[in-house]
Design a protein around this ligand. Structure first.
Ligand code: SF4
Length: 516
């Protein structure tokens, strides 16, 4: 795509203002002819770092909603469709073909998809998650694409699926209906039928769900979405593998690397830093809070600490920052950890020398003086996998299913609830499984939030247990030193431009402004 097409308003046209605008509109429409895309070409326009970040975060939010809706509702049902449409509208992403002036939402859709490819190509887990949510999003958009636009969308997506003529259809109608279970045996009102190379309909063929003739599959409209999604999955999967190979170049950029890492581990809500909560709990409340209000990851750490009077580094970091986020002051934290470690027969001097520095450090009182924020679910789920003797991590992600079953039994989850949670875990929907756990332990049908942070679990629990009265105080602190989805500023703007040239070009002026 010519960069100019992304900036029609900057292009020079003759013939007066009105003509300029019309041409600019034509250019804009030509960029994105449809409300959905196959993302065949990366964007090449200018994007400022700030916009880069905003676009990326909005898409993470969108994909998380797609995941949540996918496990809460049956895909394709009215509720699912209307909730997803509402989210797309709220986040200003494209969704309906017929809407006027869809250029900005479509551009946002295009660029944000490619940014997330950079963030989500980094591991098998991330790739799988990203592909699944993108496929569900495409399925939804395809399902509301008007019938008369399908052929041109397929053509623009390089999918050579031609709808056959009415005569050809009439000739084969009986065979097509008999071989396509999705039609339910009803010959009347057979909609479009697409003739596609047999190799591209292998899934339907394997399931004996399509009529074949002379190397072609005759796929009814109802089934074409499966073929489109299959193609999309194959292309996206290859593209992610290729992107992963070019990652070192992007990662060498010191501003983009933290942003991309954060995005893939990200949650997009508040960071639950301690401000406003400090001193709100006392040490003797922790035992009872741990069973009533802590998410399973923290409950397991607390139990292990009480039993073993020790936690290894990963556990101390995960649990210590969580406690800090719910309101433990530095003095309380030092007292809490020291008391427990001394119970384990640790010499107080050894504690002071070996451990109190780390606690002070995590409160921003030592070293770089970074005021560390509690870990989000994605960070816990995706980084620092626990080993033998570790208690950190997320039980939904890191516990063996049988062990998880036992833990859930011990937490008094009823058998039907355990099966439901284990099914979600099997489908790798760990946070949704935790949300179910929350609903069951708090006796609510719909918790009404999308879980992304252990401290969010805690505060929501407190809110419910205190009768709906929100007891958090000024807990929204979007600005924190680390880790947060902000681009770190560099003294050398040119390095970003070099490393990103294959993905997205920065607007140099805006970049320099940002770096001043
Ligand atoms: S989903 Fe999040 S809050 Fe729940 S157990 Fe896992 S890491 Fe903790």
């Amino acid at each position: 795509m010519d960069p100019g097409t992304l900036h029609g308003n900057k292009m020079e046209f003759s013939g007066g203002k009105r003509r300029k605008l019309r041409l600019a509109d034509d250019q804009r429409n030509a960029c994105y002819p449809h409300s959905l895309q196959f993302y065949l070409q990366p964007p090449s326009g200018n994007v400022s770092l700030t916009e880069f970040e905003t676009l990326a975060i909005d898409r993470v939010k969108l994909l998380k909603t797609v995941e949540n809706l996918g496990v809460s509702y049956m895909k394709g049902t009215e509720q699912y469709q209307s909730k997803l449409e509402a989210e797309l509208r709220k986040l200003k992403f494209s969704y309906r073909e017929s809407l006027e002036d869809e250029y900005e939402p479509r551009r946002k859709d295009h660029i944000s998809h490619f940014i997330l490819r950079l963030a989500y190509c980094q591991s098998e887990d991330l790739r799988r998650w990203f592909i699944q949510q993108e496929m569900d999003l495409l399925r939804f958009r395809f399902s509301i694409l008007p019938k008369d636009k399908i052929q041109s969308f397929l053509k623009d997506s390089h999918l050579q699926f031609e709808a056959i003529s009415d005569e050809e259809k009439a000739l084969r109608e009986q065979d097509i209906v008999a071989s396509s279970p999705s039609l339910g045996g009803a010959p009347s009102g057979l909609e479009s039928v697409y003739k596609i190379p047999f190799a591209e309909a292998l899934d339907l063929f394997r399931g004996r769900k399509v009529y074949l003739e002379n190397g072609f599959a005759y796929v009814p409209h109802k089934d074409i979405v499966a073929i489109v999604l299959n193609e999309f999955r194959t292309k996206l999967s290859k593209a992610l593998a290729l992107t992963a190979r070019s990652l070192p170049a992007v990662q060498s950029d010191e501003r983009l690397q933290p942003l991309l890492n954060h995005l893939s581990h990200s949650y997009t809500g508040q960071d639950y830093s301690t401000q406003g909560n400090a001193g709100k709990i006392s040490l003797d409340q922790i035992d009872s809070l741990s069973t009533k209000c802590f998410p399973p990851c923290m409950r397991q750490l607390h139990k292990a600490l009480r039993e073993n009077h020790h936690l290894r580094h990963g556990g101390r970091m995960q649990y210590g920052l969580f406690l800090k986020g719910i309101g433990l002051t530095l003095e309380q934290a030092l007292q809490f950890w020291k008391q427990e470690f001394i119970r384990g027969k640790m010499d107080p001097d050894k504690f002071d020398k070996g451990y109190s520095y780390n606690i002070r450090h995590s409160y921003g009182k030592e070293g770089k003086r970074t005021d560390y924020t509690p870990y989000s679910c994605m960070k816990i789920i995706l980084t620092n996998t626990p080993g033998q003797g570790d208690y950190h991590g997320c039980p939904f992600r890191h516990s063996d299913p049988e062990l998880l079953r036992q833990k859930l039994q011990a937490y008094k989850i009823p058998p039907a609830g355990i099966s439901q949670i284990l099914d979600l875990v099997k489908g790798t929907h760990y946070q949704v499984a935790c949300q179910k756990f929350f609903e069951m332990t708090h006796n609510v049908d719909d918790c009404g939030f999308s879980l992304s942070h252990p401290n969010q679990f805690f505060f929501e629990s407190q809110r419910i247990l205190s009768g709906g009265k929100d007891i958090k105080k000024d807990s929204v602190q979007p600005e924190t030193p680390q880790p947060k989805p902000s681009v770190q500023r560099s003294k050398d703007p040119s390095s970003t431009l070099d490393s990103l040239s294959s993905a997205l070009d920065m607007d140099l002026e805006e970049l320099e402004e940002l770096l001043q």
